[in-house]
Design a protein around this ligand. Structure first.
Ligand SMILES: [Zn+2]
Length: 669
């Protein structure tokens, strides 16, 4: 009895010390240095351990109950526990952790491999130490593996206090390793026998995900398509995520952020006042692909194009229509937040590259590895050891690689660049292209009051990011030119929405309908088939993009998309540009409850908002019925609200009626 008590005390003491030390080492405590809490905890652990030690001879206990571990045994255990932890973590993520990353086909193999590698590394570290069985015996090794195996799935629940999770893992590990020690021989035979089966399961499960994103699967899809028209041109859609028009030198900005786009604009048509239909990524892209507005696509939930949801597949996507006409379609996206295939934007694409396997992503898939690497980052002050960000260069390379092995069909390629989205981290040599000091934190903190010099620093790096994307787009266009691809390609360059830098007291996007968010770049070029260097002053909406594309590539069936082709602005024969009043609708739609991260100071906090641009005015209606009216022609930054101005009363009335008409029209279609 006395002996048992001592063992308990020693194990408990050691556990407490482990928690105190490991919490820091693994970054679990969230403090870069050992805090008072952990020091006190470690002292308490030592005290308990000493009490236990004096009750029993430690050396005898280890020698009695725990034989030394052989190197073979150690590595087999490392692999077995690594795979098991991978499977467990995968199940936990699939069943309980609702994050979009979990819906990527690479998750299973990455999570399994990451844990396998991690446990093997730990096994290798223990290898030389096993010469001293008093330090690393079979029993202690088993305890370490079980502890990490219990900790890994638990780390996926940030809502539970970290100390509770660690203590739970320690408790589970103590009990389980005791159970294993009681049936030591049987357990190790079981491990040896099941390891091959676990390997088969790991490889089998991994191949499913790898096939889904493989060329094999893409070729099968393409083989089923009809042949394309002989002269059908390619379509290249470049979306610069979060890039507002007013920060581009292409639109007269004082900094030379976009020299390459300026050069390219000379070959095609520049729309000076292009408007997005939504201030955030997902609905803005969904509209560009379908011509449908947010409220049509988002009755609830956040998968607007998910064809498995009844009614949603009634709205065809551009990729689907072009596929039906024999196009090879592919998407290469860097915004993994909302452009990931799981959100439905991949609908109709034969190939869709979102999460690309990389060492960072591999590490990022395992919660244990994330904790270890985060701590490593803090220790070495290295930034972005785990940064899922795909650079514009990566997006272009993926696209060019795909292009190099594509044959026989015209293509529709959609590229999304995420470099100008916060945190603004322009890569070398663009880090300080503009401004002289990097912001302390390049990520926008919701609810924080920014001082004007802080906003300037953020805008400096934002501009530098835009310059980087411009440079990369320039290189891409050069390569396409060299390959002779450009002359038979419709190139569309635009953005999904802009960004706010303190205007109206707002930062970020998705939270209002001001011009900083809706006014986006739009440039269309199609070699000699379109007028070169033309600038269109009338406002246009990205809603008309799908219709414009099918019109430009010569597909007759343009009734599949609502809206109308933008060709009305450059083809004289098309009447609508002459005199007809155009209305451009935008909205930010809050389906169901207001998300908990919404700030009270945000306009969208009051509920779904709508906006109209018409006859030189911009009208905004808030969720609570409040209204704003801006002179779209003469007040591009929207600094003077005219909703209360006597002279604009008639316009306000007209806008209200026009808004009702616009909403009713889209419901009818
Ligand atoms: Zn976006």
């Amino acid at each position: 009895m006395k002996k048992l008590l001592s063992v308990h005390l020693i194990v408990f003491g050691a556990g407490v010390i482990f928690v105190a030390v490991a919490a820091d080492f693994l970054g679990l405590g969230g403090h870069p240095k050992m805090g008072t809490r952990q020091i006190l905890l470690a002292i308490a652990g030592f005290a308990v351990l000493l009490i236990g030690k004096y009750k029993l001879d430690w050396r005898r206990m280890v020698a009695d109950s725990s034989p030394p571990v052989s190197w073979r045994q150690l590595l087999i255990m490392a692999a077995w526990f690594g795979l098991l932890t991978g499977f467990l973590e995968f199940l936990v993520r699939e069943l309980f952790v609702k994050i979009i990353f979990n819906l990527n086909p690479h998750l299973f193999w990455m999570i399994t491999l990451a844990n396998l590698i991690l446990f093997t590394i730990i096994g290798l570290i223990l290898l030389p130490v096993r010469r001293w069985p008093k330090v690393v015996s079979l029993r202690i090794t088993t305890f370490i593996f079980i502890l990490l195996g219990c900790l890994a799935p638990l780390l996926n629940f940030p809502q539970i206090d970290i100390w509770a999770r660690v203590l739970l893992a320690v408790g589970l590990a103590v009990q389980l390793s005791r159970l294993v020690a009681a049936h030591s021989n049987g357990f190790h035979t079981f491990v040896r026998r099941t390891l091959p089966w676990m390997l088969i399961l790991a490889v089998g499960g991994s191949s499913v995900g790898i096939y889904e994103s493989s060329t094999l699967s893409e070729n099968r899809t393409l083989a089923k398509l009809p042949p394309a028209m002989p002269s059908a041109p390619n379509v290249l859609l470049l979306v610069l995520d979060t890039v507002r028009a007013q920060n581009l030198s292409l639109y007269g900005y004082h900094r030379p952020t976009t020299p390459r786009l300026e050069q390219f604009a000379k070959t095609g048509i520049l729309f000076e006042r292009a408007l997005s239909t939504s201030p955030w990524t997902l609905p803005a892209h969904a509209t560009m692909f379908t011509g449908r507005f947010t409220h049509e696509l988002f009755p609830e939930g956040q998968t607007p194009l998910d064809a498995t949801v009844p009614l949603r597949d009634e709205y065809p996507t551009l990729a689907e229509i072009l596929s039906e006409h024999g196009y090879a379609t592919a998407g290469f996206v860097a915004n993994l937040g909302y452009c990931a295939a799981a959100y439905g934007l991949s609908r109709g694409f034969a190939r869709y590259e979102d999460y690309m396997p990389s060492l960072e992503l591999l590490l990022g898939s395992s919660a244990l590895a994330v904790k270890l690497v985060r701590q490593y980052r803090e220790l070495t002050e290295k930034q972005n050891v785990i940064d899922h960000r795909k650079r514009a260069e990566d997006v272009n390379n993926s696209f060019l690689h795909w292009l190099s092995r594509r044959e026989g069909r015209p293509f529709f390629a959609f590229l999304n660049y995420y470099d100008a989205h916060d945190p603004y981290l322009p890569p070398y040599p663009f880090e300080l292209k503009f401004g002289s000091k990097k912001p302390e934190d390049a990520q926008i903190a919701h609810g924080r009051k920014y001082k004007s010099h802080e906003i300037q620093e953020l805008q400096d790096v934002y501009d530098s990011c835009i310059a980087y994307i411009d440079h990369e787009i320039g290189s891409l266009l050069d390569k396409l030119q060299e390959q002779g691809v450009l002359e038979c390609t419709v190139v569309i360059i635009t953005s999904d929405h802009g960004e706010q830098f303190g205007e109206h007291g707002l930062m970020y996007h998705g939270n209002s309908l001001y011009s900083q968010l809706l006014h986006v770049p739009l440039l269309i070029s199609f070699s000699k088939n379109l007028p070169a260097g033309k600038r269109i002053r009338q406002p246009v909406s990205l809603r008309d993009l799908p219709n414009t594309v099918v019109d430009l590539v010569g597909i007759d069936d343009i009734t599949r998309f609502p809206g109308s082709s933008l060709a009305r602005h450059w083809v004289d024969a098309r009447a609508s540009a002459n005199g007809e009043v155009e209305t451009h609708f935008a909205e930010v739609f809050v389906g169901g409850e207001t998300p908990n991260w919404f700030q009270e100071s945000w306009p969208v906090y009051k509920g779904s908002m709508q906006s109209l641009v018409r006859e030189g005015y911009h009208y905004i209606r808030y969720g609570d019925g409040n209204e704003e009216l801006f002179d779209f022609e003469n007040d591009p930054k929207e600094e003077h609200d005219r909703a209360d101005s006597e002279g604009d009363r008639a316009m306000l009335k007209l806008m209200r009626a026009a808004l009702e008409t616009a909403l009713a029209l889209s419901q009818e279609n």
